[in-house]
Structures are given as C-alpha cells and as structure tokens.
Design a protein around this ligand. Sequence first.
Ligand code: FAD
Ligand code: SF4
Ligand code: SF4
Length: 471
Amino acid sequence: MAEEKATVKPGSVPRQHMPEQPAEQRVKNFSEVLLGYDEETAKREASRCLQCKHKPCENGCPAKVKIPEFIALTREGKFLAAAKKIKETNSLPAVCGRVCPQETQCEEVCVLAKRFEPVAIGKLEMFVADYERKMRVAPETLTVPKNGFSVAIVGGGPAGIACAGDLIRMGYKVTVFEALHQVGGVLVYGIPEFRLSNDTVEYEVENLKKLGVEFKTNSPVGLVVSGEELLKEYSAIFVGSGAGLPAFLGVEGENLNGVYSANEYLTRVNLMSAYRFPESDTPVIRHKRIAIFGGGNVAMDSCRTALRLGAEKVYCVYRRTEKEMPARVEEVHHAKEEGVEFRLLRAPVVITGDEKGFVNGVRTQVMELGEPDAKGRRRPVPVKDAYEDIAVDGVIVAIGNNPNPIIPKTTPMIQVNDHGNIIIDENHMTAMPGVFAGGDITRGAATVILAIGDGKEAALAIDRYLNAKND
Ligand code: FAD
Ligand code: SF4
Ligand code: SF4
C-alpha cells in the first residue's frame, strides 16, 4: 500500500467498534441501537485513515463528501471543523452516518478494505455531526442578500430538505409544502427511531427554519393547491414527493385482517408513536407470530419493530439468499442478533385466514437460485412441489414502494415513465418549464444520500434557470 501520511502503521489499529445497546436490552425499547463514539475512540479510528491522495472513498460517495479532509480534522480533534467540511457537500451528515449503505459506497472502496477493515467513515460522520449538535453551535446566519425570487418545494423528505437548504443560502425565499403533519419524509415516518431518532431530523429542520425556510405541514400539493397554481405564485418549483405508494404481491389472502403494508405499519409506529399507546392516540395490534415479506431495509425495519412490539416469533420471508438481500449489512446483522428468524429461498404464495377473516398462516414456495437477471442477481426459481407453511397471526408486506402519484395526476404537464417516476432532463427539469424534481419520485425507491444529492443538484439548476430567464 503506497499511501501517505498514515499516523499509524496500516492494520496496527483495528477498526473501532461503536458501542451498541445489547440485543436483549434493545428489543425492549425504541431508543437508538448505536450509542456513538467518545472523542478518543473517534480520534483513534480517524488515525487509521491513510489520507490517500487519489481519494477512492470520496469517489464511492454519491455526495462526494471530502472524506480524507474531514477525517484528518477528526484525527486532530477539530470536530466542529470536520462537521463543517462534510456539510460542504452533504446537508444531513447525522442522518447519512446512520443510514447510508456504506459497505457498498464509501467504505467499499476504502483502500484499507483490501487487507484490513475499512475506515469506519459512516460512524465518524455520525460522531462529528452529533458532536456539533451536542455543542449547540450558534445557528448559521445567511451571508447572501435576498434575490427577490421564491421557490416552492413539494415534499419535506431529504431531497426537499437539501434543496431548500441550498436555495435559502443562495438568497431565495423558500417554502416547503409537506403533506404530513411532520417534516422529514421517510426519515421520520419510515425509518424507526431505534435506527435514526426523530430528534436528529428535527434538529436539521429547526436549523432550516432559523435560516428562514417556511414549512407548511398538512399541505398536500395537488389536493389543496395544484402545481399550476403554485407556479403563478412562485418563480420555480422543486418536486421531491418520494415513493410512498406501497407495492403488494397480488397473492390470495392479502386483504385479510392482520395484513399490512410496511408503510402503514411503520408510519403508525414511528410517526404516530403507536408504540407508546395509550400515551399516544394511535393503537397498533401487537401480533404474536408475524411474517414479513421482503429483504430490504424496509423489511428489516418492520421485523425489528415487530420484535420491539412484543412478537414472540418474527419471520423474514425472502425469495433469494442473504447474499442478494438489498438491506444494509448492519441491519441484517442487528436483526439476527435480536432474534429475527430468516426463511430464505421462500416466496409467499397464499396467505390463509380463519373463518372470521383473520390471518392464520402463510404458505411459501421453496425456491432455488437460477441464472442471473439483468442486474446480475441470480433469479429465484421455484422448486417443484416444495412448500413450507408458517403459522402466523400477522403479515407485513415490505417488497417495495412505488412513486407517489398525486403530483403527476393533478399536474398533467409533468410526464412520467412506465413506472410512474417523473421524467427529468439532465438539469432535473420536468416537461413543465420551471418545475424541477428529484429523489425517489424520479428514481424510484433509492437511498437517502441520492435524494440529498438530487436536491442539491436541482438547487443549482434552479438558480441557473432563473438567472438565465431573468437576464
Ligand atoms: P421521501 O423521504 O419519501 O419524502 C417525500 C415527502 O414528500 C414525504 O414527506 C411525503 O409526505 C411528501 N409528499 C408526497 N406527496 C406530496 C404532496 N403532493 N404534497 C406535499 N408533500 C408530499 N435509504 C437509505 O439510504 N438507508 C436506509 O437505511 C433506508 N432505509 C429505509 C427504510 C424505510 C422503511 C424506507 C421506506 C426507506 C428507506 N430508505 C433508506 C430509502 C430512503 O429513505 C429514501 O430513498 C429517501 O427518503 C427518499 O427521499 P425523498 O426526499 O425523495 O422522499
Ligand atoms: Fe459515506 Fe454516505 Fe457519508 Fe457519503 S454520505 S461519506 S456514502 S456515509
Ligand atoms: Fe484512503 Fe480509506 Fe482514508 Fe479514504 S478513508 S483516504 S480510502 S484510507
């Protein structure tokens, strides 16, 4: 390894483990599993970085976070400067440090990974972002005067938040319209508190409010006001309305009592705090034996939520093997530690019910792996006449989400592709001039950091568009 400026011999310091709540304790609560580094551990972990000149890690990050620079500052104990460095390209480091799939992005290409374990880039990002918050740094002040233009943002998820943050700093008046009563998108209604506390997201939203971003909650655009109407009032629009429409399998029994979409289940528990019922207003049924269909982050979140709600048996039913699972490796590891039982190479074919219409079981087809599909993942193929029945009293379908249809339906000039994703050009502009889009509504269900990247790119594109239009 011909790398420079390592402060310790490569491999001499092991990757620093971030303390966690023990599995048997955390399955009984909704508090964050990860407990964070202390300052000395963060510095030790940062000392492992070789400060590679060609920065492969940076190229592995969709937001091009200045990784070697922020890690060097962390190593020197300059944690606030490190947080500032990350924020040059990523507006939500506390979130990304917790939920990015680092193992397929920045950490996958870390040169240390070839012989040792990669630098814990995500955990360091989480540490410095949390440190900044803990230090109660004085709120940022705007340095640019108002430019007279206003932009409406539709959707308060990571794409919308990132776009709003960059535009307000460029001098725009920014209003975010959010359909739900709380801003944050999937970060607050989907991802459970034990992975990402709602406080972490609220802190970022509060900072944007202090900068002057106006948030209008309970305001679904398309239902109370149309896209066309908004364009009369605002100079441009950014649509970041996400992929909130749950997909179903279409198998018999999906309409039985006790079958939910992961979206409904997680929203009840996370956003409406059903886990605190009766202190909160929203109840949730606490199933004893529950099957979750799917192998992504949404499925892992549903499995682990069900355990915390007291289920005795939680089965994750997935039609491929663990290798093909799209979930973050850390989530699968945590799910196993907590007691989720994986039924791999199993595809649900029928959900069965009792005479009162309540779920009482799932019949699964045994699968094996066949030839690779277009994405290179081996296709699951049914094994003839091989089935397994699982007795359950609840089912959660977590096989994916489709784009939110309200905006395209109510603003027909915006065009969508066959999957319902809004079509944009290389500048994030839709077919309707002045209307831009990004995040899951254009990509289909993807990741937080890609949504943030889209929001930031769109902010620049909106700035270019309005400057050119008004030259
Ligand atoms: P969203 O986060 O979906 O936000 C869209 C917002 O727009 C929502 O608040 C919605 O209410 C609002 N909205 C919709 N229509 C309207 C309208 N007409 N008017 C006003 N507001 C509207 N990604 C990761 O990187 N790591 C993970 O670990 C991870 N885990 C996940 C777990 C779950 C349970 C889910 C569902 C997703 C997960 N993802 C994860 C994916 C990630 O959260 C999304 O890719 C990301 O949130 C997309 O951001 P977005 O801003 O495009 O949309
Ligand atoms: Fe890695 Fe995500 Fe941070 Fe980029 S934003 S450096 S991919 S954790
Ligand atoms: Fe090199 Fe890894 Fe450090 Fe990036 S994080 S500079 S790839 S050692």
